[in-house]
Design a protein around this ligand. Structure first.
Ligand SMILES: Cc1ncc(COP(=O)(O)O)c(C=O)c1O
Length: 411
């Protein structure tokens, strides 16, 4: 195997690059998770998470991947046979739906083309037709990591309200939390599902549920058997800063630091940074002449961009060449998009020069793989990053006019 030097570019849409500050924070002796120092750590983290999820309610932390938090959202609030309204936005939405079916829920899936988010009008129509209120939950993936499409969570909330339907609203924010604006309370979400390995800039291994009062109340009538995922035991133990079983202690050190970093930057700035870098990536894509999978600009993802390769050109072959030659990982096409799509992750601990390096790797990979494209994607991205509002040109034009009027001669 060839030895590769320099830092690996981990540009899959999660797990993301773990910042040094988080790595250093985790590099510490594991402490007694039943001791006072640990309780202080937990209570501080639980407080910080409220800011990240934008909620005043309960947030629970499981030592698990995001899939565990999916399961927790369903088994704590629902009962076998309950109807759940789900949407085919992509690979992850379909996995959540498969889990719901496996658990014995009646998952009704609104079909989709994997290029659009959830349509609020469809939600409203379906719920309005459900006069007997058989649908107990509406489950939406906020940012479909397989397609780079972001569903409009507040608009879907309004659609549920317009239909006057009491279903619980569950949202998967695994690849959006702490990167794309998300407000658990303001948007009246009942259960938010999240994971550590994307916007939170941690390694994989912990997952979250933010829980509304309505979702908490639903646990009383839930008839699913649950033990590991039981919110009530978790919330009771968390009150004094402890867990009902052994928590992921060192990941929690990392989480504590990651929350500090996010709040230092300010969530607004975190969202703006992701929006800026995402727009630059899309400009590169357009300059290359590659098609963005997401069809509606209002639903472009700010955490990843999925690009289609032209018919007959295998995206995975290009990804492999890039990994071998330039030490960079890009996301593969998932499910039915295998070979047709590659995904550029631009989230987490990520900045302009990391994006430029990433785009350089892609542009070289396109050439190596013989994929038809126009050169200059990086230039398009750089021009945008230097001058996002197209101001530079206007300012120059304005100062030229001033100079012309003073001297009568344009310099
Ligand atoms: C949107 C979304 N939902 C769910 C998952 C599954 O999470 P995990 O792989 O951590 O179990 C992922 C993983 O990437 C995801 O991106």
């Amino acid at each position: 195997m060839t030895v590769q030097r320099g830092r690996h570019f981990l540009q899959i849409p999660g797990p993301t690059n773990v910042p040094d500050r988080v790595l250093r924070a985790m590099d510490a002796p594991t402490i007694d998770h039943r001791g006072p120092e640990f309780a202080t750590l937990t209570l501080s983290i639980l407080e910080g998470l409220k800011s990240i999820f934008q909620t005043a309610g309960d947030v629970v932390i499981f030592p698990s991947s995001g899939t565990g938090a999916w399961e927790a959202s369903l088994v704590n609030t629902l009962s076998p046979g309950d109807k759940v309204l789900m949407f085919e936005t992509g690979h992850f939405a379909m996995l959540w739906q498969r889990m719901a079916k496996t658990l014995g829920l009646d998952a009704e899936v609104v079909p989709g083309d994997w290029r659009h988010g959830v349509d609020p009008a469809q939600v409203e129509n379906r719920l309005a037709a459900d006069r007997k209120h058989e649908i107990k939950a509406v489950a939406v993936v906020h940012n479909e990591t397989s397609t780079g499409v972001t569903s409009r969570i507040p608009e879907i909330r309004k659609a549920i309200d317009r239909a006057g339907h009491p279903a619980l609203y569950m949202v998967d924010t695994i690849s959006s939390l702490a990167s794309i604006d998300y407000r658990h309370d303001e948007w009246s979400v009942d259960v938010t599902v999240a994971g550590s390995q994307k916007g939170l800039m941690l390694p994989p291994g912990i997952a979250f549920n933010a829980i509304s009062a309505k979702a908490r109340a639903a646990t009383k009538s839930s008839r699913f058997l649950k033990s590991y995922w039981n919110w009530e035991e978790m919330i009771a133990a968390n009150k004094s800063g402890f867990f009902p079983y052994t928590p992921a202690t060192n990941l929690l050190y990392g989480l504590h630091e990651a929350i500090r970093m996010l709040l230092e930057e300010g969530l607004e700035n975190v969202f703006a940074r992701h929006a800026r870098l995402a727009e630059a990536a899309r400009r590169a894509a357009r300059a290359w002449g590659l098609e963005i999978l997401c069809l509606d600009p209002a639903e472009y993802s700010n955490t990843l961009t999925a690009l289609l390769t032209p018919e007959g050109h295998d995206a995975d072959r290009m990804r492999k060449l890039i990994a071998e030659r330039f030490n960079m990982s890009l996301g593969t096409g998932l499910g039915k998009l295998q070979g047709r799509v590659f995904r550029i992750g631009h989230l987490g601990d990520f900045n302009e020069l990391m994006l430029a390096g990433t785009l350089a790797g892609v542009e070289m990979g396109l050439s190596l793989a013989g994929i038809p494209h126009t050169k200059g994607g990086i230039q398009a991205a750089m021009s945008y990053l230097v001058d996002p509002h197209g101001k530079e040109k206007d300012d120059r034009a304005a100062s030229n006019i001033q100079r012309t009027s003073k001297t009568g001669v344009s310099k």
